[in-house]
Design a protein. Structure first.
Length: 123
């Protein structure tokens, strides 16, 4: 267990800041802006397109992070994109998607994982 890494302010502060800001920015872009831009497309086409781009963007931007790379991350973010896209289409609201994204970022210790402060399978 690497819980001692969270004892340093320079680890938990970016984690908390990222967790509070990132869901808003990403969801306003992925589900808000892109869904608005593709509003003339069929629902399934929009949901699948944005989910694929969402998944691959996470793989590209996490290129230096061992934990946030690979097929598992692409598949999991694709599934999250599908679910969150369907929720957005059903509710026409980003509220619950932002909450879900916050929970994912918070519980996967996003800053610690992007900084590679622990190894896959050892946390």
């Amino acid at each position: 267990m690497h819980y001692q890494t969270l004892g340093n302010w320079y680890i938990w502060l970016p984690w908390i800041v990222l967790t509070l800001i990132n869901p808003w920015i990403e969801e306003f872009y992925w589900r808000g802006l892109l869904f608005e831009y593709t509003k003339n497309w069929s629902n399934w086409k929009v949901v699948i397109f944005t989910s694929v781009v969402f998944a691959f963007s996470h793989a590209v931007f996490a290129v230096n992070s061992k934990l946030n790379s690979g097929l598992t991350v692409i598949i999991s973010t694709f599934i999250m994109g599908l679910i969150w896209g369907l929720v957005y289409k059903k509710t026409n609201s980003l509220r619950w998607i932002i909450v879900a994204h916050f929970l994912v970022d918070f519980f996967n210790l996003s800053a610690a994982s992007f900084l590679d402060l622990y190894e896959k399978g050892h946390w």
